[in-house]
Design a binder for this molecule. Sequence first.
Ligand code: OFO
Length: 167
Amino acid sequence: MFSEKIQKGLKKQLIRELESSQLYLSMASWSEYKGFEGICEFLYNHSNEERNHMLKLMRYINKRGGYAAIFPYENLHFYEKSYSYNSLKELFQKLFEHEIKISSEINILVELSLQEKDYFTYNFLQWYVEKQIEEENLSKSILSKIELIGDEKLGLYLFDRDLDKKF
Ligand code: OFO
């Protein structure tokens, strides 16, 4: 049984994934503008990944007999409203906080699927649980490295040069 409650929750998450994709995209553009070639590549690629997370939800909802309607872009709102950052540290701090919020929303959805006894959706969501563990770790580890480097220019240069190869 694909309940209205579950559909509503999944559609909300679909929009969150689209917003995540846009957030990564705006961060990628800022990094490119600032001359961080490796970091921007990493963020552009991740923006595509987030779009794929959105597509996965869309196709699941439609497959279960729901309708994953997509709203115009004007209706999207970022968690994070700024499009500019004072530093790379600030950017990755915000990214890390964003991923934590997404994880807590996935957890709420998992709980809902159990309440509704929708074990298909419970099973489907396990992929997102795994992803969020990965992504929280990834953004945390990048943030820790940037904190370690501090304002040291050579360190930042090397980090930027190697980032896309490492992750
Ligand atoms: Fe969609 O994986 Fe993070 O946000």
